[in-house]
Every structure is written in structure tokens, then in C-alpha cells.
Write a protein that binds this ligand. Structure first.
Ligand SMILES: Cc1ncc(COP(=O)(O)O)c(C=O)c1O
Length: 380
């Protein structure tokens, strides 16, 4: 394809997402969250840091946006047959809430390592919670099988244009809330739905703003895909940051990310623990490990690039952490070298043993996945 044609096709992709984002009726359920100044972190970093407080959503994460935008599109027959999803926990709660609101039966498959808080968050909203497999890919394979058997609609946690558009409403708010200088937005990445929605909206309207993905070192599937130039399945995934423990970036998300994400940063579990503490110190709010990824990424970025005086936004994406896991986070922070700009990695910051799952059944996972992920993605 020649460059002008390619450019037109790219703009077309962004424009279709922007239209879907503007039309997404997420505020039936979601709230517009504050873009909050973080004065102590800003002083520490020498840059103005603003936190997009998605932990203040009704399910304590942004996921309700995409889940509602997907479910609201179902026709009457699909609504009657119900929905099934696989989720590390936050999408599960979003789907459960959206399904209750719309009167749809929901079955949610979650890895057996899912924090109890998230399981309760699903059950208390009236959905069936099925615990299956050591990590997300196993839960996904099971959910796909159940969907096939039952005729229910499978609702992907990230690999669906409506889910991506729902998450993209975060960017719509950020650009309205920060109309002046904005240098970069740091976005946590699991399966890539959130960053794809944000990148599509921001690059269409303000292409100069850098979009920087942040992943845990133990589940950096976007970075692996960017390096390979295609989606790859990671051989294993560490699930300390359970919300983002995904082995393969979504097909729809990657189509956007490969062109519009400027950079992907990875951070260690100890850096995540430090970020949880720094956010708490500055705002008195608690974030889950995945929720603190963006702030950890900002620290790593500033340390590496030495930028000063910039305006940086970090998406605080979720707060669903078991209360007793906070003890492990605090212990890890206490074990780090005092005064060090970045924490020394002293082993795995791991609240539960055996959380790294490897995929003996990788084949069945990818087969199951590809059935639903037709490529190239087509935004009808
Ligand atoms: C708290 C939190 N942050 C970030 C993400 C990443 O979102 P995505 O899978 O759309 O990349 C998730 C995904 O579940 C999450 O729960």
C-alpha cells in the first residue's frame, strides 16, 4: 500500500473509533472521574503528574465502561440467551454490574487465583462466578467452551471494538479535563483494550501527546508483540498484577497499538509495590498492583529520560486488592533499599505462592482464542 493510502486507512481506523467513543452510552453506569493533581509525586519527579482516578468507578476500575458499552449493543435474542466472559476480576465486575442493569444473565469464569474481593464483587452483583484454571488463559479457554455449548454471547475483556470504545471514553475525559499542555499519557496494559481506546482517541485529536504503555515484567505481551511485529503468546505469565496478567495482546487492540503507541515500559513487582505506597502517601487512596502500573511507569520513564517540567497523566486504573494483600505490599516496600531512586529487586513480590502459570495447554488456548479473533479486525 502506498504511503498516502496507508495514511488514509489509518485515519479511517482512528475516526471510526472516535465516533464509537463519542457515541458510547457509558454514563448510564460509569462516572466521570477526576483528573487529580499529585503534588508530592510531582515534586519527587520534577514533572506535573495528574492521576486519572478510575479507581473511583462504581466497580473500582474503568472496566465497567467497556463492559456496559458491549452489553448495551446486544439484540433481544442475545440478551435472552445471556452472556459469558472470562476475566481476571475487574472486567468480571463490570460485566456483572452491566448485566444486572440490563436484566441479562451473566456467567463469569475467573482464574482460581482471583482475589476473593473480586469474586465477591461478581457474586454480590448477581452473576454466576465459576473459578477455573491457574491464570487468565485457562479461564478464557473454559469460558469459550461454555459459550459454544450454551449459545450465550462471549464478551471479551479487551478484544472487542465496543469494549475498546467504552474504555476510550477515559481519553475523552482526559482531553476535556486537560486542555492545556499535555506531554504524555501512561496507560496500564493487560490485553490492550484500554490503551487502544485511549490511543485511538488521543492520536486522532492530539497526535503530539505521547501514549506510553506500562506492563509488568512478568506479563509484557504488548512489548513482546511490538518487538516481534506480530501478536505472540508468552510462555508464562506472573500474576502478581492479576488485572493485567494476560499472555497475548488482543487482535483489535494490537491493530491500533502497533501504530499509535509510542513506547512500552515494563516495571518490576517491587516497583509496583513502591508505586502503591507513593500513590497512597499523596492521595490516601489504595490502588491494586495493576492500578499502580502507570505511576510506576512514569517513575521509570523520568529516571531514564531525565525529562523535567512536563505534564504527565497516569491512569490509576483500579483499586481491587484484598485488604490482607496490602501487608505483602508494605513488606516489599520495607525490604527495598531506603533512599534509592528505584527499588532494588529482592525477589518476587508475590502475595500468593505459585502464581506464575506456564501454558502446557498453550495450543488449546490459542486455538480457542483464534476462533473468536478473526483477523484482520474489521470495524463494521
Ligand atoms: C486494574 C486494571 N488496570 C489495567 C487493566 C488493563 O486493561 P486492558 O486489558 O484493557 O489492557 C486491567 C484489565 O483488567 C485492570 O483490571
Amino acid at each position: 500500500m502506498s504511503t498516502p493510502h496507508r495514511h488514509a486507512a489509518d485515519q479511517d481506523l482512528l475516526e471510526r473509533y472516535v465516533k464509537m467513543i463519542l457515541a458510547a452510552p457509558v454514563y448510564d453506569l460509569a462516572v466521570r472521574t477526576p483528573l487529580q493533581a499529585a503534588p508530592a509525586l510531582s515534586a519527587l519527579l520534577g514533572n506535573q503528574l495528574l492521576l486519572k482516578r478510575e479507581d473511583l468507578q462504581p466497580t473500582f476500575s474503568f472496566k465497567v465502561r467497556g463492559a456496559y458499552n458491549r452489553l448495551v449493543q446486544l439484540d433481544d435474542a442475545q440478551r435472552l440467551r445471556g452472556v459469558i466472559t472470562a476475566s481476571a476480576g475487574n472486567h468480571a465486575q463490570g460485566v456483572a454490574l452491566a448485566a444486572r442493569e440490563l436484566g441479562i444473565k451473566a456467567t463469569i469464569v475467573m482464574p482460581s487465583t482471583t482475589p476473593e474481593l473480586k469474586v465477591q464483587g461478581v457474586r454480590s452483583r448477581g452473576a454466576d462466578a465459576v473459578l477455573h484454571g491457574a491464570s487468565f488463559p485457562f479461564a478464557l479457554a473454559h469460558a469459550l467452551q461454555l459459550a459454544e455449548q450454551s449459545g450465550s454471547t462471549f464478551v471479551s475483556p479487551f478484544d472487542d471494538p465496543y469494549v475498546i470504545a467504552g474504555q476510550g471514553t477515559v481519553a475523552m475525559e482526559v482531553l476535556r479535563q486537560q486542555q492545556g499542555t499535555l506531554d504524555a499519557i501512561f496507560v496500564p496494559v493487560g490485553g490492550g483494550g484500554l490503551i487502544a481506546g485511549i490511543a485511538a482517541y488521543v492520536k486522532y485529536l492530539r497526535p503530539e501527546v505521547r501514549i506510553i504503555g506500562v506492563e509488568p515484567e512478568g506479563s509484557s505481551c504488548l512489548r513482546a508483540a511490538m518487538q516481534a511485529g506480530e501478536r505472540v503468546v508468552l510462555p508464562s505469565v506472573d500474576s502478581f498484577a492479576d488485572g493485567t496478567a494476560v499472555a497475548q495482546i488482543g487482535a483489535y487492540g494490537f491493530e491500533v497499538c502497533r501504530q499509535y503507541v509510542d513506547e512500552v515500559i515494563t516495571v518490576s513487582n517491587d516497583e509496583l509495590c513502591s508505586a502503591i505506597k507513593l500513590i497512597y502517601d499523596d492521595t490516601r487512596s489504595i490502588t491494586e498492583p495493576s492500578g499502580a502500573l502507570a505511576v510506576a511507569g512514569v517513575r521509570a520513564y523520568v529516571a531514564r529520560t531525565q525529562v523535567q517540567g512536563q505534564t504527565l497523566v497516569a491512569i490509576n486504573s483500579g483499586a481491587n486488592i484484598n485488604f490482607d494483600s496490602l501487608r505483602h505490599v508494605a513488606e516489599r516496600v520495607a525490604a527495598q533499599v531506603p533512599g534509592a531512586g528505584h527499588p532494588t529487586v529482592l525477589g518476587n513480590c508475590d502475595p500468593q505462592p505459585n502464581q506464575t502459570a506456564s501454558y502446557q495447554s498453550e495450543k488449546s488456548y490459542t486455538n480457542g482464542h483464534s476462533r473468536l479473533l478473526t483477523s484482520p479486525p474489521d470495524l463494521a
